[in-house]
Design a protein around this ligand. Sequence first.
Ligand code: BG6
Length: 346
Amino acid sequence: MAYEMEKEILQQPEVLQNLINQYITPENNISFKLPEGIKKLKFIASGSSYHCSGMVAKIFREFANIKASYEYASEFYIAKNIFIDQNTLYIFISQSGETFDTVEALKRVKAKGGQTLCITNCIDSSLWNLCDYKILSDAGEEKSIASTKALTAQLFCLYLLMLEFLKTKGHNITTEINEIKQLPNFIDKFLKNIEQIKVAADKLSKAQNAIIIGSKYYYSIAKEGALKIKETSYLDANAYPQGEFLHGHVAVLNNKPVLIAIVVEDTKESMELILSKIFEDYTPELITISNEDSINSKAMNIKIDTKNNIFNVFATVITFQVLAFETATKLGRNVDKPLGLKKIVK
Ligand code: BG6
């Protein structure tokens, strides 16, 4: 049986190419309409879209030196006091544009006069109609409950948004634009070489639970990976910031989960140290996701063959989509319609 989730994972190169055609002009300009004078960004969202916010807020801070924070929509709208700043752009991210918590949070910001922008897959949704500025993530209808192509489309639009902010600050973004145009091709090749991910899925399907560790925006990717695994296979998967994991949380390794470590260049040294400390007391089954051949002699490594930071981000997100899909199908789950989950699709 062909699952929608698998089809939607495989559609990602096409979705990204469509966004390039739509939003990058032949002169290499980005055709977003944005407000002027913005100094800070606040991302507000739920579920996978929230994890996308986390990735992107940290990417904005790291690569563009722009103040960016993020919050769960449900926590934001329920707070007694919210503080609205006129120099902040409030960015609402939602596949459906209809998630109750996200729409309520938007209404609170609007009531206090904050400037708002949405990134959504659904034109004419509540978010679309209420926000001052809007970007269509245009991934096409997503039938599978677990979000795949809608999330990478959001991520892509937000990366373009970051480039546009950099441009307004006087940066020349030609190199980045030319690079990002190669992303669909890279993802296409990546999706044709997923044998290692299938081996990892075999290990995961035999375990009761999984722990994923990573740092910075890779920690948000780890959280999204854990959500994807939970949603589709019902395994208990949890993510931790790699350093924080040692502070007590590490005791969960007594339950013998599979440990998945996301290793990238600038956090590699710290991860190596953390793994060596872990192996002093525990012997977890270890899977690494890395752009190097081998990270740890005890690990099964999933290699992402790129040195480009942004390509690596997309490929790591997609690695978890494939891992979740393969694990869930091995366990015989109905991947497209997990028990007890619903999705708003317009
Ligand atoms: C939840 C879904 O209810 O809503 C998640 O279970 C989803 O899969 C979340 O990510 C947010 O949805 P949206 O449409 O606002 O991106």
